[in-house]
Design a protein around this ligand. Sequence first.
Ligand code: FCB
Length: 448
Amino acid sequence: MRADLGFPKDFVFGVATSAYQIEGAAFEDGRIPSQWDTFSHTPGKTYRGETGDVACDHYHRYREDVELIAGLGVSSYRFSFAWPRVLTEERKPNQKGLDFYRRLLDELDKHQIRPAATLYHWDLPQWLSDRGGWANRDTVGYFTDYAELLLRTFGDRIPQWITHNEPWCASFLSYGIGAHAPGHQDWREAVMASHHILLSHGEVVKGYRGMGLKGQIGITLNLNVTDPRTDSEADKEAARRGDGFQNRWFLDPLFRGGYPDDMREIFRPYVQDYRFIHPDDEATIATPMDFLGVNYYNRAVVYNHPADTFLQMGHVIPPAETMTAMGWEVHPNSLYRLLKRVNRDYTRLPLYITENGAAYEDTVDAEGRVHDAKRRAFVEAHLEAARQFVEEGGTLKGYYLWSLMDNFEWGFGYSKRFGIVYVDFDTQQRILKDSALWYREVARSHRS
Ligand code: FCB
């Protein structure tokens, strides 16, 4: 088996998860409802009405799960804190919730696995969602209080902090398209949410700086490459709009001091005015951070489509044989192109791929094995693209595979399996898929 892929010795191999997708124990030890509890319990919102009530039962099985991570030989684990677990509605710390994360960190320490913690992976407390959620500027202050609690409690033992996971999803997909909680379809709210999320990121980075902690803080964006279907000016313009929507709306304020003008114009009819962007906000958002997290899954191929009332843009459906079970095109070279572009156009800060992976339809065979050759090939090809980028002087420092184990895939419930570890959701049995056995060789030979 060709295992050592030739990354520099300090390159980090990790696996990633998020709280609502794995923890379960949704009503235990003082956890309060989040917008994802409400959303998943609303008929018609998730596949077969599935919820994260139990998920992987990680809240009770974290010890064995950390052993699983350690067994993989990876050096780092990316997880997220559940806001509704650590703060009560009266905004008092919930000791039992904090204790859970303390125990989790103890286990990681024991196995010398470096934690990388996400503060917000979409499980907004329901009471805040009831007050407008991220469309309400007050949520910024509530988020900084929440962040401060965690930074004060765990700041000295977590070397890497991610303020937000995928602001695009937490705003546009959640308040505009409506596929994620809270499921609104209102582009004014969506644009406001994107701004408040970015603003809260900047505030937390500032706060972190003031605390004199030794770790690093950054944000994770879901970025793509948007290619035009043809060379026509119209399609190229459509691709520019798609890129603005997915990438530049977030990258420009973080690294260039402000939102892109063309996208401001496109959103203007929906937002009416931009009074919700206060004079100092963009400077706050651009507060220097330590690294950028990139989640990469696929590229988009788009064309000019006047009938689409929002961006006048249509998506080309990729050929079936190139798709994962999500219908996403497998396109590793676009990971390389994306990283190149980030380094060239935005920043030479350290980059981490904080998520990359694929859903395929896995089955357990008679011997209890899961032969997920396609997932392995997917990861291998993307690692190869990453390695090429590093070899050419790119600033990539690590790769977190999404995901450690099959889990609650948001609107798709348990129907999409992204894990390298198979989870039988009836028995909670975990089975290392072939991709995990391979990744273990990669991670182990890298470390040895
Ligand atoms: C990303 C999310 C992650 C997971 C993967 C498949 O958008 O951050 O939680 O759902 O997609």
